[in-house]
Design a protein around this ligand. Structure first.
Ligand code: F6R
Length: 623
């Protein structure tokens, strides 16, 4: 996590750095800092809290300069305070870092022995000291070498000693004409201007200043000058990475008429679903181009599916919940076994790889460290094929995978994932149909029916969004509540998990999702007249069983909120929210929407920072 921006120009660049940081706040926002060099003098400003606090402090100090680096932090090592905020300065070296230096204690010990002292509790300051150490103790500046080369050697030597992950940008008070950068496990992109260049964790930080980008590959290190960019690969061979022109309308970064990004993104779902489906459906099957092969020689994905006997899915958080829905769908309709594992668990356990398995990763950002590590492991474990379902083109996950399904949700800025989730579900519905057709579990007639229900999804979600005012009204019932239970059965069980996650992460109400049949095995003890119990109850195979569970809650005085697809009678104990008849195939996706709205309105009433809930970051690029 953490966001990095750097700039090297012939004009003052403080505004570029601060504007860049603001859009990178999705990567962390517990403290921020900036360093600029002005005629060889370093000005470092750091503050706890969000970028707005830093901006006010920078304004008060009035500093600026033509070269600088900036950082917005999500704390890993050390509290979220001013001292631990980046940049970290050790002598002439000033550094910003995203990632984790795993052997920092060992390096700190070595450097302490050499006389270094440390101001912060961070692993990043140790890296700054290590670069300083190699510049000053080992590599005496060699007059026959250019200053860049000698200093870059020291930078390399320090990084060679580091274990862990990093995206780093370093400036040097003795060398105000270069930014040194390196990437290993954390994203970094160079923005190319005319007589000026930039670096950032994400292109969105640089959209106001350029549309030309060079994506660093993992292991790359380099020197950014005003007129040149030199990059070396992991073997330290000079490489020529392509400059890509990327046109993004900066307006998509605005909130439009909405109060929060999350609200905007909830309401964008009909369009996001439509875009995700566009051009990917034939009459009774998924079109051949829906899943894209990354290599030219690769087989057509629909052909590949004919040989797939097992699917392994790995993801984190909301994306993990999507994968759980995928398991129900694929096993039910395509008759193929599916295993779903949280990425941080997958990467450290032994896995038995069944023959002819497809390894599927799901991620909004495509930069989640645990998911990337799980994919790397899967590649070594010999999975026959890998597929990424991802919302960010050019992300690490996309680049590492053999086949890709881009979810086309559009940029998701609110920290709580909404439209990325429902478009992931579209991807999984398509995968279900494709697998079912490939294995003759879904015939032409059923294929055509499922496709027809997919076509309806955007309009049905649009209709469900009209319940907004009603859901806003009932959200006032949640004032003062500390706990909530979400119940579902079958594919609605993961939707209950997702509803609970949304509520807890943005409103700070403790919420749990349960498969409603599990209620009597423990959680029923929690039910009393104060406990809100939210039930996701579309008209499907599981409904009769779910109704029995609802009766169990009623009998114990629980306060019920039932999102239903079939009117099964009003009663004083329950608030019914009727979504109307929805095809069971798309029901998981449709019934997610009112739960997102509920979480949103409860958070607004609770007065939380909806788009930036405490302790979270949008993109979890550390382990
Ligand atoms: C919750 C949320 C997170 C992410 C998780 C994985 O609303 O957004 O749980 O789903 O951090 O992120 P991605 O999908 O980017 O891999």
């Amino acid at each position: 996590m953490c966001g990095i921006v750097g700039a090297l120009a012939q004009r003052p660049i403080m505004a570029v750095l601060l504007e860049g940081l603001k859009v990178l706040e999705y990567r962390g926002y517990d403290s921020a800092g900036v360093a600029v060099l002005d005629h060889g003098t370093a000005h470092v400003v750091k503050t706890a809290g969000k970028v707005a606090v830093l901006e006010a402090e920078v304004k008060a100090q009035g500093c600026d300069g033509p070269i600088g680096i900036a950082h917005t932090r999500w704390a890993t090592h050390g509290k979220a305070n001013e001292v631990n905020a980046h940049p970290h300065q050790v002598g002439n070296i000033i550094l910003v870092h995203n990632g984790i230096i795993e052997n920092y204690q060992e390096l700190k010990h070595k450097l302490s022995f050499e006389g270094y002292t440390f101001k912060s509790e961070t692993d990043s300051e140790v890296l700054a000291a290590l670069i300083h150490y190699y510049q000053h103790r080992e590599l005496k500046p060699d007059s026959s070498l250019k200053i860049h080369t000698s200093k870059f050697n020291a930078f390399n030597q320090a990084l060679n000693e580091v274990k862990g992950t990093y995206g780093v940008a370093v400036i040097d008070t003795e060398n105000p004409d270069a930014i040194f950068v390196a990437r290993s496990g954390s994203p970094l992109v160079v923005g190319c201007g005319i007589g000026e260049n930039f670096v950032a964790s994400d292109i969105i930080a640089l959209l106001p200043v350029t549309s030309k980008f060079i994506y660093l590959e993992d292991g790359d290190r380099g020197i950014i000058g005003r007129d040149h960019v030199m990059l070396f690969d992991r073997d330290q061979v000079l490489v020529n990475r392509p400059v890509q022109s990327i046109q993004v309308n900066p307006e998509i970064l605005g909130k439009g008429p909405y109060k929060h990004y999350m609200q905007k993104e909830i309401f964008e779902q009909p369009e996001a679903l439509r875009n995700t489906l566009m051009g990917r459906l034939d009459e009774d099957n998924v079109s051949a181009n829906a899943f894209v092969a990354q290599e030219e020689q690769a087989h057509d994905f629909l052909e590949v599916l004919k040989h797939i006997e097992h699917v392994e899915m790995v993801a984190c958080g909301t994306s993990y919940h999507a994968a759980l829905v995928g398991k129900y769908l694929i096993e039910e309709h395509a008759g193929i076994s599916v295993n779903v594992t949280i990425a941080s668990e997958y990467r450290y356990k032994r896995t038995i790889v069944p023959p002819n398995s497809l390894f599927v990763t799901l991620s909004q950002s495509g930069e989640t460290a645990d998911t990337l590590a799980a994919l790397e492991l899967a590649q070594r474990q010999g999975y026959r094929h890998t597929l990424a379902i991802c919302n960010v083109d050019n992300s690490s996950l996309v680049r590492m995978s053999q086949y890709v399904f881009l979810t086309r949700a559009g940029r998701e800025i609110g920290v709580a994932s909404t439209k990325a989730f429902t478009t992931q579900l579209i991807a999984l519905l398509l995968l279900t149909i494709a697998l079912g057709r490939a294995h003759h579990e879904i015939d032409e007639h059923e294929g055509a029916n499922l496709i027809a229900s997919l076509h309806q999804a955007p309009a049905v979600v649009h209709t469900v969004l009209q319940l907004d005012a009603k859901i806003q009204e009932l959200s006032s019932d949640f004032v003062g509540k500390e706990h909530a239970l979400f119940l579902g059965r079958g594919p609605m069980y993961p939707i209950a998990l997702e509803g609970a996650l949304k509520l807890k992460e943005i409103s700070y109400i403790h919420a749990e999702g349960y498969a409603s049949g599990e209620l009597k095995h423990g959680p029923i003890a929690l039910i009393d007249s104060k406990m809100p119990v939210i039930v996701v109850a579309p008209d499907n195979l599981w409904l009769p069983k779910l109704i029995s569970n609802i009766e169990e809650v009623k009998a114990r005085g629980g306060k019920l909120y039932i999102f239903s697809g079939k009117n099964f009678g009003h009663s004083a104990e329950a608030t019914m929210i009727d979504l109307g008849t929805v095809s069971p195939f798309i029901a998981p996706l449709v019934f997610t929407v009112p739960l997102q709205l509920l979480a949103y309105h409860v958070a607004v009433i609770n007065g939380t920072d909806v788009d930036h809930p405490r302790n979270l970051a949008k993109s979890v690029t550390v382990e």
